[in-house]
Write a protein that binds this ligand. Sequence first.
Ligand SMILES: *Cc1c(COP(=O)(O)O)cnc(C)c1O
Length: 463
Amino acid sequence: MPLTNTLPTADLQALDAAHHMHPFTANGALAEKGARIITRADGVRLTDSEGVELIDGMAGLWCVNIGYGRHELAEAAARQMRELPFYNTFFQTSHVPAITLAAKLAELAPDNLNHVFFAGSGSEANDTNIRLVRQYWALKGQPERRTIIARRNAYHGSTMGGGSLGGMAAMHAQGGMPIPGIVHIDQPYWWGEGGDTTPEAFGLERAGQLEAKILELGPENVAAFIAEPVQGAGGVIIPPESYWPEVQRIVDQYGILLIADEVITGFGRLGHWFGSQSYGIRPHIMTVAKGLSSGYQPIGGSIVCDEVAQVVAQDEFNHGYTYSGHPVAAAVALENLRILAEERIVDRVRETTAPYLAQAWSSLSDHPLVGEAVSRGLMASLALTPDKASRAGFAMEPGTAGYICREYCFANNLVMRHVGDRMIIAPPLVITNVDIDMLIDRARRALDQTLAHLHRDGLMMAR
Ligand SMILES: *Cc1c(COP(=O)(O)O)cnc(C)c1O
């Protein structure tokens, strides 16, 4: 059966509703409404089953960094499938794609991050990280160093480990998370939580919570701190400039491990190969996935520093996935990295597209509904507010205004996501300035329609 659209949209929607359980979705409500069905894509554009074209402001799910339709990746997959479609790396065997990709990542990653443990996704890689840092401290003779500090409103995946590291209250409310040994501090979200303090003072204050938590737990009990350089799924929360240098100072002072979750910020999103380089931080482990293969194949991993890798190598690490270093996924990732480098896509983000987006996006801050319009690299967000001056939230249920705005974006053929009442984008890194203008035109139209809708229904009320 061909995988292109061969049935009427309504039939596809009915089959989808009858049999397909969507992630992070109220499936009952979606079944009534019907999913929008995407049938093909090219560059930064999606086509749905009605033949309508949309701008993909989210690069799929933050992952299609090189854009859609790169046949080189399809050919790399086909070539590898013919030659060696699968082999494992558990029992003293290896294969060319895993070896080559590990070496390539060691070359791209900063400093002494020279070792790669492969996973099938970002969630799996973060599960690996939990076990890796605890095993490291156990082998160092400090097994009581088990607690991992993470942040509220962080996203580190949806497995039991990843979901526990994450700080999403709605996820923790279901299914028994967080697992023991993981604690959370507050996020550096100045617009939403900074009150009367300046962003710089607030960044120091929130970094200071890390030190306070380490002292409360006892430094001898703390294994690691994990954070995204810029929070993605939390709403594209860009920390104040004072935040990361202070976190680095604290991590250094107490000798705990720093895990940078680079699943979104890796592979060019912030104009460097890794977000850690953009912020000048020195992690011991980086989590990668998404942009590693531009989403063309599922693959993730942990890029680990010499010290941690050498200690963990002293004993058998009883951990791994059938698909760790999957040869087809690794071959596709390698081809993706080749294109990112040879076409200077990462440099182009830093030198051209990110500055252009920053300037164009910030023009939205004069819209009456927009409290802030911020970007870093090619990730950007808007805070919707009924009262710009006081940075107030809406009186109605949080996320209602965001949802209404998202629906207008969708109707205007723009994929822009909402997180609560923040609107976010992270387009493919190959987006042109002309397409950025078109994206922002559509976003502005959606904001106008949202504002009219909220006024009409009497919903422009502050909490
Ligand atoms: C998406 C994401 C993950 C989880 O990756 P999956 O491949 O969905 O398991 C982890 N961390 C961050 C920062 C992410 O954005």
